[in-house]
Design a protein around this ligand. Sequence first.
Ligand SMILES: NC(=O)c1ccc[n+]([C@@H]2O[C@H](COP(=O)([O-])OP(=O)(O)OC[C@H]3O[C@@H](n4cnc5c(N)ncnc54)[C@H](OP(=O)(O)O)[C@@H]3O)[C@@H](O)[C@H]2O)c1
Length: 340
Amino acid sequence: MLCRLWRQASVAAVLIFPRATTVAFAALPPTHKTSVIKNLSTVGTGATSLSATGTTTNGMESKIEAATPVNGIPGQDIKEEQPVRNPITESSTVLVVGGGRGIGLEFVHQCAGRGATVIATHRGSDISTDLKTFMDDTRYNIEALSLDVGDEESIANAAKELKARLGDRPLTHVIHSAGTYMKGMSFDGTSRGGRPPQPVVTKEDMMTTYLVNAVGPLLVAQAFAPLMGPAPGSDEKHLPVYSILTSKVGSVYDNTSGGTYAYRSSKSALNNIAKSLSVDLAGEASVVLLHPGFVRTDMTGGKGLIDTPESVSGMLRAVETTDATVGFRFVDFKACIIPW
Ligand SMILES: NC(=O)c1ccc[n+]([C@@H]2O[C@H](COP(=O)([O-])OP(=O)(O)OC[C@H]3O[C@@H](n4cnc5c(N)ncnc54)[C@H](OP(=O)(O)O)[C@@H]3O)[C@@H](O)[C@H]2O)c1
């Protein structure tokens, strides 16, 4: 009980008086440092002024750059620093789930451009023309793998096939981009919350969206996380990185406009699934949740504020800054921390 109070007080002090507690943090016993780091990661606030060295549960030295909101609108002004700690290189093997089009396709392109071997999943037997074009480009090392995230048998078959293809080579990165946005979104079809009338959300919209956006990513993680491992000869801090594309729309804090029941709730569920994964895979893989911004793709009907190259290069900065010393977080393409 006393320990718990002490740990909670430590975290509160760090958040409220970051500068003063930088010095105090250095004097904490290792177990308390670990707890403060963990709790700061959990709080997930952006960081400006605390930087301290601690010890993680596996005994590694870790540098934390934690956070104090400074005049910040959460998710807009609270940014993390993103030095390249864990780069994607020729030694990396990256699985992009949903790599046939949209944001996933651009992840395939940019990871292959860094020299990584990339396995891009697509549904069914047809490979999109855009993915095929990248696969045919001799500068890149890209393979295709059929996988439907809503189908357990398809996931199991894909994992079995990839395991056979990889042999001893581990997957260093999984980037789960696949997702769906269905049209049904409103409470009762009338204008509410200042929004124009929209189709009523149905049970089918809810269940299908939940299957693809929340259940599917968990089933995919169960099948593919066991294939992950650090690149041969890499630094012990270079844990494999499991990245999942969520959406700011799944942030309960950010929900001021209502509606969008199926998509919002599926992404909120996904966020909690990812949090559990981050705990359960601790020491095996680092987990990060990514928000791509409002991106011009099929999902948005071509509307948006940015195109896929800008979104993906920003998210890859977050991926490449993620190693064993960085806690689980929900971060966007501009390095802004998104509140839950
Ligand atoms: N675009 C945005 O502004 C935005 C904003 C926030 C979050 N996001 C998230 O970013 C991710 C990528 O979005 P996007 O804009 O690139 O969407 P998109 O252009 O609609 O592409 C969706 C991707 O998901 C795949 N997919 C859908 N259902 C699948 C299933 N059952 N099994 C396997 N793959 C499936 C699609 O594969 P097929 O080609 O086989 O259909 C496609 O590769 C999604 O998770 C989305 O929620 C996007």
